[in-house]
Design a binder for this molecule. Sequence first.
Ligand code: FES
Ligand SMILES: [Fe+2]
Length: 384
Amino acid sequence: MTQYSASHPDPMFRKTLRSIRGRDYEQGFSLPGTFYTDPTWTQTECDELFLRDWFCVGRVEEVGKPGDFFSFDHVGQPILVVHGHDGVIRALANVCRHRGTVVASGSGNTRKFLCPYHHWAYDTTGQLLNAPHMESHQAFDIKNCRLKELSSETWQGFIFVNLNPRPANLKKELAPLEKIIRNYHLEEMSLRYLADEVWDTNWKCLLENFMEGYHLTPLHRDTLHKVNPSRLCSHLKPGKRHFGYSVGFTSRLPDDRIGHPDLSEQEMDTCVMFAMPPGLTVGIGSDYSSFLCLRPLSPSRVSVKLGLIFHGDHWSQQEVDNAIELFQHTMEEDKQVLLRVQQGLGSRFHQPGPLASRDLEGTIWDFYQYLSRNLGAVKKVVKS
Ligand code: FES
Ligand SMILES: [Fe+2]
């Protein structure tokens, strides 16, 4: 069990989260600003959420062919995702079994990974192939040496990784969400836009922003409001592993949109916005969908992989470009306002404010309930 000194702020944060557990949406208030600015709390979130729970790292298409790989740092853990020449997509600890150097960098396609330090070579399954001049070592066998394999799963075309040695059953826990979104067939949508960015805001602010429809009309008046206004938002019942809302389209939308044939007329006319905390948010439309994979870099910085995936192959480049432009425009509006949010949360005069109705900001309350369930437990305090 983690132990803290009496002066550590951690117990206070946990107590606040316990105090909101199970309370009604109508009693919802935002969290105190320190939840978004305190470095020790961010570290707790990294340790107990991002390093313990399933997190999304991107789309299967990013490693579509044998040899395709990408590497990244997940809150201090170097990780490599690779489509092995045996046909299996794996997540590996990107840490050389010799003296610990990060082996692969960036992304690409390869037959083997060569550690830059002493040229130990690994195949695309992580197995060590060659270790120069190591024959004389008596307790070392190349055949028994490989990059450590991490738990990974694919679901709806997304790749998930978990560093916990005993991970929860992801697919079982996502079954209630799958019921809601299965007809959109995200796993069949194709990736046409991908970007890696760093936003100057707390990771929770970004997740909350993507997951509430209250701001669609006021903040995105010239963009999203025209198609998905706040008044058409409806809260969805949350599950253990997800929360979300749906939003309808205005009648001003052209009615030539296309989606998967499994979709009902009502589904065709509805966007489903869901979060799978801690790090994935998805905005599903019948014709195309957007997603963000995020992870904290510090209390006020978040790394985010943004993508757009499209249904069908009828899209002209111009149509794809128009969708990308709308997405970038709305993301820029969000990015700018989140700078101001982060600034305000750091003010000594910030106080928790009341949340709007369940349809508009109930998802924020669902997110806090997730935090409460996962971080609200009492930890032992060491008197100092
Ligand atoms: S640390 Fe990788 S080969 Fe030496
Ligand atoms: Fe937004």
